[in-house]
Design a protein around this ligand. Sequence first.
Ligand code: 3IO
Length: 341
Amino acid sequence: MSRPKVLYVLAACTLLLSTGFFPVQDAAADTIQLRYANFPPAPTFPCVQMERWKAEVEKRTNGQVRIQTFPGGTLLDAKDMMDGVIAGQADIGCFSMAYQPGRFFLTNALSLPLDIPSAKVGSLVLWDIYQAYQPESFAKVKVLTMFTTAPANIMSKTPVRTLAGLRGLDLRASGGAAQILKAWGANQVGMPMSDTPEALQKGVVQGLFSSLEVMKDLKFAEICRYVTMTDTVIYPFAVVMNLDAWNGLPESVRNVMDDLRVEQAQWTGEYMDQHVEAALKWSKAEHGVEVIRLSSEEKVRWDALLTPIIDKWIEEAKAKGLPAEAIIKDIRTRLAVRGGR
Ligand code: 3IO
């Protein structure tokens, strides 16, 4: 090709590109980038569900949306998540409602001792309750999904077999789970899960009260050789999106994300339930972890201490003008409908 011809072809290409003639170029120019912040380390379940959601959204939008994930508090920390998303420091954020129990008062009703049997049931009922009551605390964000952990149990350096053995023991928990530890007489120490590995290492705490998959995912089985089964309470989570970012999305993308709300809740619940089983097996096989089950007489004593917790929540909820008894009844009915494990 002669020099003028080359120039002519180049000019023509530039024109075609700039007018968006090539669909591929068009798609690349339209790619929507979203930043998704998370607080705990990548191997933990909040990050596993984040990667699954990212993959589904990217697939279902044919790559129109690209999501950059930030595990381990690299973009926003545990307690900054909601405000950081509202301020637009991240487009999307995942958080544990237990870290700000007053702020997420209504949805933290799910972290009362209500015998939620599994993460799957907990996640679906949490979503139902959020939808039914539309709490003010989520008014400034778009809620993309919610889910819960499996029931919490005690992981400890020394065995806990009785209430007497629990009294005064320094154990880490947050929110509703922390209230329960207190009622049992433990010395409850509040901090996010993301600060717990160091606290256990340094001996600031002697164990924790949360769902058991962290025995494997955060290698707590290396330090906590004992698990006491209580199956009393779950931790509720939310994934929220900045409202401006949400409103700026094309309708087709919003539909993809809306379709994922309940599906993601159920996927995460099911993942959590099977992963707790796997982590427990691994902990026994790799670290000889002992699983302690309370005798039925002992269990009656533990349970008896928990009734005032629900009564106290009802009292506080009424003071806030919430239909307190109706909410608790609603949760119980939905738990019965959603069924067992
Ligand atoms: C949790 C939080 C971060 C990573 C793994 C986790 N497994 C259970 C929880 C629940 C929770 O928020 C907590 O602090 O125990």
